[in-house]
Ligand binder design. Structure first.
Ligand SMILES: *Cc1c(COP(=O)(O)O)cnc(C)c1O
Length: 412
């Protein structure tokens, strides 16, 4: 067995793993190795009971009274404070709600208003398309529009010229896992008179993030990936407190008003981050995310990142040892990547389907990427080695070569 030594090493690492008990906080289906928590986090066991209570007791019995008596009105701020700890933000600088895409739109607009004399938004070709689509939509609405300048990820730093208003980047590349140096790029942007907007979709809950330390201006992120908030969970946005006073939302709403229940016909922004709120938050989704975030209580994100590096390292070592046909996509050095690894694979879609049929769940990203997310709260070192062995078997024995594995579903 090619992996006997890796299995033994993994077993020893599992035995010494301080995060191992966290796995018991999740529902994980029998026989499944789940390496797609970067796309949809697993279900924390605390969520179903919480949702049932919100439905039956708070909504069912409490009705409208629950906005006050069950604290619905303050729930988003409490959840935002939990997220703030994970991303190194000031506790009052994060707003929970909407989708990541909506939050890109809102924060990019706010960022552009801070630099009114420039007309370039700089981003890179590794960015997630939705961020660029949101920017295009915004450009169509703003008087005079703006240019969206897309460069290669390694060219970003040198492309920050004095015409750039906003540097808009996703910290960890959704395909390859390549990670930008947030602190260095932010410093560079500031020196050139630009502001930064960071998308933390593949960072929040996966890596230590230090928005304050990096001097970041704006950020957004996703609730349903590493934060385990459930499908379509509310997203979040961040505005550095130094900017808050001069930021006006593109789409103001009554709950972002300084006095929502005065029902004034004129909009006056709330003094804090709440001014960025567009409408009534989805309480069910926020409550699920709140319960889900308890799995991070007392967790040191540096320990999470170290384990993620070990998991990915074991996986890559196993795959490369057993299977010459797969080529690592993205950085080998864990310091340069997020919590995922990807391989270029011919017939990658079918390879992933065959793998899923054998209980190892990752995903496929066009054109040829098979992608594996390592979520250290519920993936073990042995999982990583077994997943590598299964992937190698699927490729080496051409187990993917069946018609049923080549039928493309809507979601890949
Ligand atoms: C997943 C992801 C999103 C998702 O946006 P939604 O509006 O929640 O669908 C946005 N940006 C990045 C970088 C992502 O990886």
């Amino acid at each position: 067995m090619v992996f006997a030594d890796l299995e033994a090493r993994a077993a020893a690492l599992d035995a010494a793993d301080p995060l191992a008990p966290r796995r018991g906080l999740f529902h994980l289906p029998e026989g499944v190795i789940y390496l797609d928590g970067n796309s949809l986090g697993a279900l924390p066991l605390s969520v179903p009971g919480r949702i049932a209570a919100v439905l039956r007791e708070e909504w069912g019995e409490g009705l409208i009274r629950s906005w006050n008596e069950a604290g619905w009105i303050d729930l988003p701020a409490r959840v935002a404070a939990k997220i703030a700890r994970l991303i190194g933000a000031e506790p009052n600088a994060v707003l929970v709600g909407d989708s990541t895409t909506v939050n890109v739109f809102k924060t990019l607009d706010a960022a552009l208003r801070l630099v009114p004399d420039r007309r370039v938004v700089l981003t890179d070709s590794g960015n997630f398309p939705t961020d660029i689509y949101a920017a295009e939509g915004l450009a169509g609405l703003r008087a005079g529009g703006f240019e969206i300048r897309i460069v290669r990820p390694d060219e970003v730093a040198s492309a920050i010229g004095d015409d750039v208003a906003v540097v808009m980047l996703t910290e960890v590349d959704y395909r390859t896992g390549r990670r930008h140096d947030m602190k260095a790029i932010t410093a560079h942007a500031h020196a050139a008179g630009a502001v930064t907007l960071w998308d933390l979709a593949h960072s929040a809950g996966a890596l230590p993030v230090d928005l304050v330390g990096a001097g970041a201006d704006f950020a957004v992120g996703c609730g349903y990936k590493y934060l385990n908030g459930g499908p379509g969970a509310p997203a979040f946005l961040y505005v550095a407190p130094r900017h808050l006073g001069s930021v006006t939302p593109a789409l103001p709403g009554w709950l972002g008003h300084a006095a929502p229940f005065a029902f004034d016909l004129g909009y006056r922004p709330a003094p804090g981050i709440e001014r960025m709120r567009t409408g009534t938050p989805g309480v069910l989704g926020v409550a699920a995310l709140d319960a889900a975030l308890d799995v991070f209580e007392g967790v040191d994100m540096a320990v999470v990142a170290e384990k993620a590096a070990r998991l990915a390292g074991l996986f890559v070592e196993g795959v490369e040892r057993a299977c010459r046909d797969l080529v690592l996509a993205g950085p080998r050095d864990p310091a340069l990547r997020g919590s995922q690894v990807s391989f270029h694979a011919e017939e990658g879609y079918a390879v992933m389907q065959a793998l899923i049929a054998r209980g190892v769940i990752g995903d496929f990203r066009a054109p040829d990427i098979v992608r594996f997310g390592f979520t250290p709260l519920y993936v073990s070192h042995r999982d990583a080695v077994r997943a590598a062995a299964t992937l190698a078997a699927v490729v080496n024995e051409r187990l993917w070569d069946e018609p049923r594995f080549k039928v493309k579903a809507k979601v890949t």
